[in-house]
Design a protein around this ligand. Structure first.
Ligand code: NI
Length: 173
């Protein structure tokens, strides 16, 4: 495994529509492992392949598993989600406002409306179909990461964006 560089806002790869994953070969497995390592090292809660300059439809998501997170998220705390070709097939009408950041835009956070609940389908790292029902913070992270695959960033849809001290943006996506 190896850490990959997380690209920043000025890199045009972030703005491209990513390609569907069609091969689950060893190169893809390496990409998954590297993205997980990079996410945990950052640390962040979600990472999309375009953020490591790979224009493929792949995301990794992992909520923290400290005591507070376990109370709030139950079994979802610390659980790793690896989803290739993710699609939101169902989204609640209800929108919730929340504050999010992005590992590609360090030092900033913003207020974004997201669906309270989403159902995501896709393929796991072996190419097997999977389905995730997510609510709250997990649902927000999925929406943020899937947006990355279409070249969309939270700053495009945020009601407000502001600068923060680096340590305040720990939950970056
Ligand atoms: Ni992001």
């Amino acid at each position: 495994m190896a850490l990959r560089d997380i690209i920043r806002l000025d890199n045009p790869v972030l703005r491209k529509k990513a390609h569907r994953v069609t091969s689950f070969d060893s190169k893809f497995q390496q990409l998954v492992d590297d993205m997980v390592e990079t996410l945990l090292d950052a640390p962040g809660v979600g990472l999309a392949a375009p953020q490591v300059a790979v224009s493929q439809r792949l995301i990794v998501v992992r909520l923290p598993d400290d005591e507070e997170s376990r109370e709030e998220y139950g079994d979802e705390a610390g659980k790793l989600f690896v989803v290739a070709n993710p699609e939101i097939i169902k989204a609640s009408k209800e929108l919730v406002e929340g504050v999010e950041g992005c590992l590609s835009i360090p030092g900033y956070v913003g207020t974004v409306d997201r669906h309270e609940k989403v159902t995501v389908t896709g393929l796991d790292r072996r190419g097997k179909p999977l389905r995730v029902k997510a609510a709250g913070w997990l649902a927000r992270v999925f929406q943020h990461e899937i947006d990355h695959l279409d070249g969309r960033l939270y700053i495009d849809i945020a009601k407000e964006v502001w600068e923060v001290k680096p340590e305040a943006a720990d939950d970056a996506e």
